[in-house]
Design a protein around this ligand. Structure first.
Ligand SMILES: *Cc1c(COP(=O)(O)O)cnc(C)c1O
Ligand code: SF4
Length: 329
């Protein structure tokens, strides 16, 4: 846990965005790498330094590195993979808000992320049309106020924890004024990739409103959980935040029972329970990460045989017309 707000903002601003520098830090041959990457990717390289520091030097197959390298394989088109696989535009009644499931709305609270994950299903999302400034939230707040069936608001993005405290606090206070909203949920990869963001001020902001706080983090591999990450997660846990993890099943990164078991055990030690294990959404550019539903089921069986039930995630996929995530039993 850190008290210095400046630390995380500087780390966010000084993320690694140049492939050359990445090669230097990781002792990788820039000539080999330059043949594999797409230098003009519209979703360019981005990773915080503390995340890159968790990668193994000289290993191009490193599971953390593979999540951020903009490979030229992404340019291959593949049938069934498209730019808006979840057809989210259809569930976008006011800018910045998605209302697909009963009782819950999802706000696109931030347009950027601390890291660019290659498999991201929102990599082609029109963020520019969907992230209002602080005064621009009124239509969203009006929409939520008018529908008393909405009891949970999910801040997503992009990553809402790249927003500054004063912006977040303003938004949370406005939501807390809507009587039927009970739960504030934050979907974020920041505690994993930029643990210095979990300051005392942020924890206070999340735990002192009327709303019950839930933070759903996103970690895919046990190597992502180092000591600073564990400390930050435990700080949230001890402050009373319910912590869950969702992960994406990714070929050659975590489609391995031992890797998934180790991740669930490490998360539990940090106060986090596994929530959803997602099959990859068929987003254009991510086809090389796809794992079949059958392999997913097989991995879940292996996890069941080794872990207590509460450490086994639910295997799910997203079907655009469904009224919730679809369980793969
Ligand atoms: C995933 C998602 C939710 C949350 O679903 P849970 O099953 O409650 O985790 C809500 N809204 C949208 C649009 C989603 O994609
Ligand atoms: S942090 Fe989340 S939203 Fe951002 S690129 Fe990664 S998976 Fe996508």
């Amino acid at each position: 846990m850190h008290n210095l707000t400046q630390t995380w903002q500087a780390e966010l601003a000084h993320a690694i965005t140049e492939v050359q520098e990445l090669c230097q830090i990781l002792a990788l041959d820039p000539q080999v790498i330059s043949q594999l990457i797409d230098p003009d990717s519209p979703f360019p390289l981005r990773a915080p330094r503390s995340f890159v520091a968790r990668m193994e030097k000289g290993n191009i197959q490193d599971p953390l590195l593979q999540q951020i390298l903009p490979l030229n394989q992404e340019l291959l088109e593949s049938s069934g993979f498209c730019k808006d696989p979840l057809q989210e535009k259809a569930a976008n009644p006011v800018p910045g808000l998605l209302h697909k499931y009963h009782g819950r709305v999802l706000l696109i609270a931030a347009k950027g992320c601390a890291i660019h994950c290659r498999y991201c299903f929102r990599r082609h999302f029109p963020y520019e049309e969907n992230t209002p400034g602080i005064a621009g939230w009124q239509p969203t707040l009006d929409y939520i106020t008018a529908d008393s069936s909405i009891n949970e608001v999910i801040l997503s993005g992009g990553d809402p924890l790249i927003l500054k405290d004063h912006y977040l606090s303003h938004l949370i206070n406005q939501l807390a004024e809507i009587p039927h909203v009970q739960t504030l949920r934050i979907h974020t990869r920041v505690p994993i990739v930029l643990p210095s963001r979990i300051t005392l001020e942020l924890i206070e902001l999340l735990t002192t409103s009327r709303l019950q706080p839930v933070v759903v983090v996103h970690s895919n591999h046990p190597n992502e959980i180092d000591e600073p990450v564990k400390k930050s997660l435990l700080a949230l846990h001890h402050a009373g935040v319910t912590l869950l993890n969702q992960f994406v099943l990714l070929k050659d990164i975590n489609n391995d029972a031992e890797v998934l078991i180790s991740l669930c055990q490490k998360l539990f030690k940090a106060g986090v329970l596994p929530y959803y294990l997602h099959l990859l959404d068929p987003v254009q550019g991510a086809q090389h990460f796809a794992v079949t539903a059958e392999q997913g089921q097989d991995l879940i069986r292996h996890m069941h045989a080794r872990l207590p039930g509460y450490l086994v995630p639910k295997l799910v996929c997203e079907i655009p017309s469904a009224n919730g995530k679809t369980l793969i039993s």
